[in-house]
Design a protein around this ligand. Structure first.
Ligand SMILES: [Zn+2]
Length: 169
């Protein structure tokens, strides 16, 4: 029988608190969720960020509303391009489409995507019922960082969230 005792111990990466994300991504996740806004100032103090990200954070925090409720069109486009927001992209929008959906018994069409919603439509829906999940949050974080020529990965653990052999000081 093989000895299955692990020979390498792993510790949560202290640089990213075991998230695998760099400080910029961690800041954006805190902006996405209203209940995490209280954690944002600590990150803003602890790390240096590009001006565009600092200004975005200041705007969201001052609004006292979640980023997820006030997406811009580029955020929405990133979600559509990743085949999210089916309540908009795969639902009927015209009488002809209504008949087509009914004839097939579709709730969501099997594709292709039918419609690209505006940010205003998506934000209005978000305030009415839960339309986003953690995947949407991640896609918007990643896309926004990419627009600022930034990645989302912790430089120390390279996104694995752990340090093999334990964390060196
Ligand atoms: Zn890390």
């Amino acid at each position: 029988m093989l000895d299955e005792t692990p020979t390498v111990t792993e510790q949560p990466c202290p640089t990213c608190d075991g998230t695998g994300y760099n400080p910029a991504a961690r800041l954006l996740f805190r902006l996405w969720y209203r209940h995490l806004h209280a954690d944002a100032p600590g990150l803003l103090t602890a790390f240096s960020f590009p001006t565009a990200l600092r200004e975005f954070a200041a705007t969201i925090l001052a609004s006292r509303r979640a980023w997820s409720e006030q997406l811009d069109q580029a955020d929405v486009d990133a979600l559509v391009e990743n085949d999210r927001l089916w309540d908009f992209t795969r639902r009927p929008h015209t009488p002809d489409e209504e008949r087509l959906w009914a004839a097939h018994g579709w709730y969501w069409s099997p594709g292709p995507q039918r419609y690209r919603p505006t940010a205003a439509e998506v934000n209005a829906a978000c305030r009415a019922y839960p339309i986003h999940d953690g995947i949407n949050a991640y896609l918007c974080v990643r896309a926004r960082l990419a627009r600022w020529d930034m990645g989302d990965t912790c430089p120390r653990c390279r996104g694995t969230a752990v340090i093999p052999g334990g964390a060196a000081p």
